[in-house]
Design a protein around this ligand. Sequence first.
Ligand SMILES: *[C@@H]1O[C@H](CO)[C@@H](O)[C@H](O)[C@H]1NC(C)=O
Ligand SMILES: *[C@@H]1O[C@H](CO)[C@@H](O)[C@H](O)[C@H]1NC(C)=O
Ligand SMILES: *[C@@H]1O[C@H](CO)[C@@H](O)[C@H](O)[C@H]1NC(C)=O
Ligand SMILES: *[C@@H]1O[C@H](CO)[C@@H](O)[C@H](O)[C@H]1NC(C)=O
Ligand SMILES: *[C@@H]1O[C@H](CO)[C@@H](O)[C@H](O)[C@H]1NC(C)=O
Length: 487
Amino acid sequence: MRHGGRLLVAVAGVGAGVHASPISSPSQEVDLSWHAPAQTQLNNLTAVLTTEGVPGFFYNSSDAPDGKYGAYTFCNMPHVRRAEYVVAPSEYELVFVEVLHRHHKRTPYASTSFPIEPYTWDCDGQQLFFYGQTLASANSTAHPATPAYWKGYTSSLNPFHPYGWRGTCQFPQITSPGLADSWQHGADLYEVYHSLLNFLPPRDDPHWRNRVVYRVTANPITSQVAGMVINGMWNTTDAVPLLIETAAIDSLEPHYPCPAATKLFDAVRTSDAWKEHLRAAEPLFAKLDMVSGVPRGSSYHDTFDGYFDNLQARMCHQLPLPCREGKGCITQEMADAVCRFGNWEYSRIYRDDQGTFEASAASFGVWIADLAGHLRRAMNGEGNEGGMLWVHNVAHDGTVSRLLSVLQIDEMFWPGMGSEVVFELFRMKEESGGGYFVRVLFGGRVFKSSNPNLGVIDLIPVERLLAYFDGLVGQNATLVASKCGVS
Ligand SMILES: *[C@@H]1O[C@H](CO)[C@@H](O)[C@H](O)[C@H]1NC(C)=O
Ligand SMILES: *[C@@H]1O[C@H](CO)[C@@H](O)[C@H](O)[C@H]1NC(C)=O
Ligand SMILES: *[C@@H]1O[C@H](CO)[C@@H](O)[C@H](O)[C@H]1NC(C)=O
Ligand SMILES: *[C@@H]1O[C@H](CO)[C@@H](O)[C@H](O)[C@H]1NC(C)=O
Ligand SMILES: *[C@@H]1O[C@H](CO)[C@@H](O)[C@H](O)[C@H]1NC(C)=O
């Protein structure tokens, strides 16, 4: 591990595009080492154990509390919106945007149900379309398909009742209110990047399809969100492609084999800090188990992942916390403690533990290199030729967390539903000095990194961010296989 030591790399300036500035810096030295995040109440175990509630954090509604848009609202995290968006100074011209966000609110996973679930969860008011068809352009006599959709079903005589959750949803499935949040997310982005900035084309411009790319993971919930986001942006019900990589090597989820990263992430769970928090959590687990029926020795006690996922979904959908005959209920105080532990764990896994910085860079490095490639292509003027303006990724908390880890966010927490990171690439007008600059927005606000070379990522020279990415993962991801231990 690179304890404390600075690892500096010198990288030649990359302003090689047609709009390269004559005065862009000739080389960039960038600090590639891990920097500890800020010490806050989120990553302080004493505070986790003694605080009441979750101050400043909200888990019970998609709507921000009055006047608090931008606060941490787990069920529907803040994103770029017109009301809060800060327009860059006029000498900066937006040339490319890449967005990555978590899917919106959903049912829990089947794997995070309790052995004893007090009520069913139904999704009868929704349709999950899934069908294939041959394009007329590929075979003009091919028959069309009927838009077929999934309808949840369990035979009443099936003796193998599913563990825990019962009901007609796929567990997980984006819920109707989660679909509404997804649509609004798309509409808000279009409002900023078209209506306010005139960057994305108008909806009636037939060429918009050539300017944008949407990408999802193999988990169907990301496609459920994408369909709503796209309608919110483009108001179309015509088919739109979603890029999807083979699940086994998907760089977005991410899911390619990276045993070295797996080992580093696993090491967190055998660390003293992790063991200490689990010991401190024993009384809470005992109270939760009493209601949930989770047995001793269950993996629900290795991390708060299971309890957190189960309870957040109820709270986000205003469903009651569970009770069990004769055993009492899971109280709001217990749920609040689960949320505090959840934030502590995410900070521990992605930021406080030094080894996981390398793990994030390795396991998410292919996506990072793709992003760097998109920035370079835009700098080479591709967007001018009717090319790509917008790349939009819909993914998971593990995706967003790895990105926050790579960028070394100053204060880490569990990235909630719809949690969004936006990379904006600007070209400075020649008369103002030229060159390319990048701004990173997280939850609609400028990103703050603990790495002093990145700092507040607000119109920093793009060469610095590219040098950082290249140093960590290699241009075109050339370092990733060896960092993952698979080359
Ligand atoms: C952790 O939180 C406790 C209680 O809020 C506080 O007394 C202590 O100073 C904090 N520790 C650090 C390192 O900030
Ligand atoms: C949500 O939680 C906040 C603070 O924890 C509370 O003030 C508010 O009344 C709650 N809202 C609902 C709908 O339960
Ligand atoms: C085109 O579709 C028709 C109707 O399904 C089918 O009979 C034919 O084999 C297809 N042609 C090709 C080249 O796949
Ligand atoms: C969306 O499309 C529908 C049908 O084409 C149209 O009636 C409606 O006005 C459009 N909405 C917006 C916001 O453009
Ligand atoms: C990365 O890939 C691009 C496109 O394939 C290529 O033009 C470029 O030379 C590659 N760079 C390196 C350092 O391999």
